[in-house]
Structure formats: C-alpha cells, structure tokens
Design a protein around this ligand. Structure first.
Ligand code: GUN
Ligand code: FE
Length: 442
C-alpha cells in the first residue's frame, strides 16, 4: 500500500525497436519521475513537471544519476537447479541423468524447497529480475514453497509442477493421473492468488508418455487462460530420442501440436534445431520460443537462429535457463545472446536487447498488459541500474557518447553488481547499499 515517487533516468520501450524503429520505440526521460500508488504506476514524466504536483506526504526516492527501467523478466528457469549450475562436462541428456535428476529428487522435502526458493528469489531480485517463468519439481511441495516465497515478496511469478512419468529415477516420476490431479489442486490453490499464475509444465516430450501428454491436453482445455511451459528441440540426442519415442510424429513440434500444447502463452525453451515447418507451426499458433544463450553455450546445444524465428513471425523471449544457464543476470544473458548471434552473422543492438529483457519478454509471456513498461496502470516493478558499477564499466563510460553506447557497454560488461535497487509492486525488494552494509558472517 501507500505512495512512493521514484526519480532517475527513465528508460522503457513502447514498441519493439526491431519492428517500429528506435524513434517510435525508445522512451527516455533524462530527469524523470514515476509516481506509484498501491503498487500501480499512476504517473510518469518529467520530474520538473510532476514534482510540484506531488502530494506532500509522498516520499521521493532520488536515484539520479542511475537508470530506472521496468524490472527484468526471465521467461525460463528451474528453481531446483541453483546447486546444479556449473556442473562439469556433459551435454543435455547426460547432464539431466547425472546431475539434475538426483538434485531435483531432494525437493520433495519442504525445507529444501523453501531454502532453494528463498535463495533463487534473492538472487533474481539482486539481478533486477522481478518476474520469471519457473519450473519447480514433480513434487507439489516444491510449488507450494516457491509460490509462498514469491507471495512474501509481492512478486508477479509464473510457475508450475513438472509433469514427468518416464525417463527419470522412479522417485521423481508422477503418472498421467497423479500429475493431472496434483496440477489441478495446485491451480485451485495458487492460480490468480495475488500476482501468481500457474503454468502447466510437462518437462519435455522425452519424459512424458502419450497418456501423460493427453492429461496435459485435458488441463490445457480446461484452463485456456494458463501458461504452458516445456522444452523443444534443444539438442541432437534429445531430438533423436523423440523421433524414436513418437514414431507417428513427423517432427518434435508435432508431438506438442497433437496434444493441443502449441498455443498463445505456451513457452518453448530453446527451439534451436527447428525446421521451417516447425517455425511456421509455432508462429501460426501464437506460441513463444525462448532463447537461452548461456545454457545453449554451456551445454553445447547449438546457436539459436533469431533471424529465422523473427522471419517466421514467432514471438521470442530471452531467458537464463538456470541451472543449464550459467548466470542469474539478464545483463549477462543479453551479452551472451549478442555473441551467439555474432557467431551467425546476426546483430543484437542494445535497444533491442533491453526491449527483450522488459517489454519483449512481457509480450512473449502474454503479460504485457501488466508489466514490462513504465506506463500508468501497469504494475510498479522496476530496476535501478548503475552503469558505472565496476572499474571496467566506469573506464568504458569515459569514452561513451550516446545512450545506446552506454546501454551496450552495460549489457556487455555489467552484471548483478549494476543493480542499485529493485522494486516489486511498489515495494523496495532489493537495496544494494543495504546488502553491502551487511556484516560478514562469523
Ligand atoms: N530439457 C528437459 N529438462 C531440462 C532442463 O532441466 N534443462 C534444460 N536446459 N533442458 C531441459
Ligand atoms: Fe530449461
């Protein structure tokens, strides 16, 4: 509750700079003010215009000379993988079997799930990420733990129980019927509570039988408003496995199409090795492909072809994929996206990158009516960024002349140390100076 006004260099995107051009898309107010009331943005504009009209009791937080942007959005990550990140030497299928499944098996313990959720959310907020698309584990307790922690910080979050009825250790499996019932109960318990949304979450085709995918279809039909999240076409061995397991399907994407899982607000992680037919199917059905560059590099999965996805008309998100991914920071993620595209002769201008981290990811998740821009009526999720947070950045800034150059240096050299403060629903949920002042543990 209550009011607050935040002053700084405001930056957000009213359109996609790749489509509309910078002039239409980029909104920058060098000395701006955001007025927030009960968690909602009420006014945005020049500080010189808005300050004299502000109610005297409204506190003003002056973040000048720092940038104030919409909170970053991370459309694909795994809550139970904070202790899998940086596991050595494997690619996808072996990485799952050797490191990830044994670790996820611990998350049936509510204390483990609570600890993992607290750590993850601390890390996201310190990186300026205020919304994420989150995979929990097959255990309903892991979803309870994550949503409990997200609600405690008043965050907008999308999460779901992983459904997986084969191809993993028995203790981690549900069944088509149990997965359906547990998902139903979690939807009733959590979906639409505060800012929490439930996502139907079959892990990926290799770990679901036809019968389980039919159960997912039933959930999807019964809940057309829900997100769906899964993985698609990440790795050659995975694709070969799907070809064997679903001999009736002409390609990987058709498996999900057959069960009604390709639709708006369906988020497909990776989408690296798609055919033109598959791209057209995703685009035609309004689904989203999620580019996870640090994960794709770390697991050696391949290079996401952004130009082909855009040409096909697919909505694209950009995500960390913790813990296949190697950084919680969306700045690091944008930097690695730039390099993945550079290897393919493609470009990622800074304005496009910051659009993707904010309004672009909001649209990719179907949440653009709530978050992703600094505009009246939207929820007050904001990140305050210091473009001189390290000596390397400060040194580079000495020769930077334009906002675009400044942003490109920020994404290329920056990380969580650039986060000065993070606001969610108008509350300050991260404060760098408070973190720094904390005494060291004994
Ligand atoms: N495919 C199925 N499960 C996973 C996962 O946990 N991480 C990644 N990167 N890919 C997957
Ligand atoms: Fe993933």
């Amino acid at each position: 509750g209550g009011s607050i006004a935040i002053r700084g260099r405001l930056l957000w995107f009213d359109a996609d700079p790749a489509e509309e051009g910078e002039g239409q898309a980029v909104r920058y107010v060098a000395d701006g003010l955001v007025v927030v009331d009960n968690g909602i943005i009420r006014q945005v504009g020049e500080a010189s215009v808005l300050l004299p009209r502000l109610r005297s009791e409204t506190p003003v937080v002056d973040h000048r000379p720092h940038l104030v942007m919409p909170g970053f959005i991370d459309p694909h990550l795994h809550m139970p993988q904070t202790q899998v990140i940086a596991s050595y030497g494997t690619e996808l299928m072996e990485w799952l079997a050797k490191y990830t499944f044994p670790e996820e098996n611990r998350y049936g313990d509510p204390a483990v799930a609570a600890d993992g959720s607290r750590f993850l959310i601390d890390e996201l907020l310190a990186s300026g990420t205020t919304t994420a698309g989150v995979y929990c584990t097959t255990h309903p307790e892991s979803v309870d733990a994550f949503f409990t922690e997200a609600a405690r910080r008043s965050l907008r979050m999308v999460a779901g129980k992983v459904m997986m009825d084969r191809g993993a250790p028995p203790a981690l499996l549900d069944t088509a019927e149990i997965g359906y019932q547990q998902s139903k109960a979690l939807i009733r318990k959590w979906h639409g509570k505060g800012r929490l949304d439930y996502a139907i979450t079959p892990r990926f085709a290799p770990t679901s039988s036809d019968v389980q995918l039919e159960a997912c279809e039933a959930l999807a039909v019964e809940h057309p408003e829900l997100h769906i999240q899964t993985h698609l076409s990440e790795n050659a061995a995975e694709i070969a496995f799907v070809r064997e397991a679903f001999p009736w399907s002409k390609d990987y994407t058709e498996v999900y199409e057959r069960f009604g899982l390709v639709r708006p607000k369906a988020l497909f992680g990776h989408c690296i090795h798609l055919s033109e037919r598959e791209r057209a199917a995703l685009a035609g059905k309004g689904a989203t492909a999620v580019f996870c560059p640090t994960s794709n590099l770390f697991l050696g999965s391949g290079l996401f072809d952004l130009a082909a996805a855009r040409a096909a008309g697919i909505k694209v998100g950009l995500a960390t994929d913790i813990g296949g991914g190697t950084s919680y920071s969306m700045l690091r993620t944008a930097a690695e996206a730039y390099k993945v595209l550079a290897l393919q002769g493609q470009k990622l201008p800074a304005f496009d990158a910051f659009h993707m981290l904010t309004a672009g990811n909001a649209a990719a998740m179907g949440l653009d009516n709530r978050i992703g821009r600094i505009a009246p009526g939207l929820e007050a999720d904001l990140v305050v960024l210091d473009t001189g947070s390290t000596s390397a950045l400060r040194r580079r800034m000495g020769r930077v002349e334009t906002l675009e150059e400044e942003l490109f240096a920020l994404m290329t050299l920056g990380d969580e140390r650039a986060t000065v403060a993070t606001y969610a629903h108008g509350h300050r949920v991260y404060d760098r100076s408070a973190t720094r002042a904390k005494p060291l543990p004994p």
